[in-house]
Design a protein around this ligand. Structure first.
Ligand code: SF4
Ligand code: MG
Length: 330
């Protein structure tokens, strides 16, 4: 598979007065050009941190303490800030939960769009403005020729998030990292925005990493999905497989919680127990205190991702199958 983004054994730590907290502990996955990868998990699993590490916006004192992040084969995990800013503008676009964090309230949206376009693309100011208008039209902003000269506060929440999508795509990035892009919006327009994001990225050939806690959104939008738990990816695979034939007991629990995707998309089923705090992550498989399939070795041996049917899962239940397959291959 052609790889656009590769994340390998990523470790993110936060030094605290009482020691170092490991928030991500060996996160690995990749994204192909044009692919939509969903990242799902309960809050605190490390989804947003993974996104922040990729776009070079970890909040200090958080730091990348191990592993690597590659964009088209090139390491981007320890670049100087100026270089990372260039990548973030040009090759990776970012969309956050609250549109207001991405927009400057003091400038018209036209100015923000054209500045981004002029910084990263080789065009004249008049061409940049034309592009900005087209982007706004593409994202469904009515009367784009006029509204381009409006300020962020003159838009509704949903319209603002459309502007943010336009801004994230202004420099024609190869990858868009979207962190809960619809959570702050009215439920009635969430689906519209997600559909828009998917369509506009597809048309432009941009890959998407979509961070969300909403399995319904993942099911409707993504090609593949990565499930995170306690700072690691515990299962990754084609979205249909992960939903209908989950290989990891945690994923299976999560999936039981979508009784009816239409009616109850917000309500994640409660698996007994809670995700551990960062300073109390159990030895072995971090899920073992909550797992109904727990075995002896799960208490002290930590599983890495291994082939599990059509997906990959970090669970010892699949090791026998892996070994058997290896023996047949021999
Ligand atoms: Fe459960 Fe063991 Fe698999 Fe962890 S490794 S999910 S504890 S069976
Ligand atoms: Mg988050």
């Amino acid at each position: 598979m052609d790889k656009l983004l590769e994340v390998k054994d990523l470790v993110v730590e936060f030094p605290t007065r009482r020691g170092v907290l490991r928030a991500l502990d060996g996160v690995s996955f990749d994204i192909a050009p044009g692919e939509v990868l969903g990242v799902v998990g309960e809050s605190g699993a490390g989804k947003s941190l993974t996104g922040a590490a990729i776009i070079g916006l970890l909040e200090p004192p958080g730091r990348i303490a191990g592993g690597e992040i590659r964009l088209q084969g090139e390491r981007i995990d320890h670049l100087p800030p100026a270089q990372m800013r260039r990548i973030r503008g040009r090759r990776i676009g970012a969309i956050f939960q609250d549109p207001l964090t991405s927009l400057n309230p003091l400038y018209t949206i036209g100015r923000q769009l054209t500045e981004t376009i002029l910084t990263h693309l080789d065009v004249t100011p008049a061409q940049a403005r034309q592009r900005a208008i087209e982007l706004l039209k593409d994202t469904g902003i009515p009367a784009a020729e006029e509204r381009i000269d409006h300020y962020p506060h003159q838009f509704s929440g949903g319209m603002r998030q459309r502007v943010v999508i336009a801004l994230a795509l202004a420099a024609e990035p190869q990858l868009v990292v979207a962190d809960e892009p619809t959570t702050a919006l009215d439920v009635s327009i969430q689906a519209q925005i997600i559909t828009l994001l998917k369509r506009i990225c597809r048309e432009r050939g941009a890959a998407v990493m979509l961070v969300t806690h909403d399995m319904g959104v993942i099911a409707e939008t993504c090609d593949r999905v990565a499930v995170m738990y306690a700072g690691r990816v515990v299962e990754i695979g084609p979205v249909h497989e992960v939903i209908h034939r989950p290989a990891h007991p945690y994923t299976a629990g999560l999936m039981r919680c979508i009784p009816d995707m239409e009616a109850e998309r917000e309500r994640l089923h409660q698996i007994d127990g809670a995700m551990p705090r960062l300073n109390e992550i159990p030895r072995g498989c971090a899920f073992h205190p909550r797992c109904d399939k727990v075995m002896l070795r799960c208490h002290d041996q930590r599983p890495n991702l291994m082939p599990a049917g059509a997906t990959h899962a970090a669970c010892w239940l699949h090791e026998a199958a892996t070994t058997a397959a290896a023996e047949i291959a021999r």
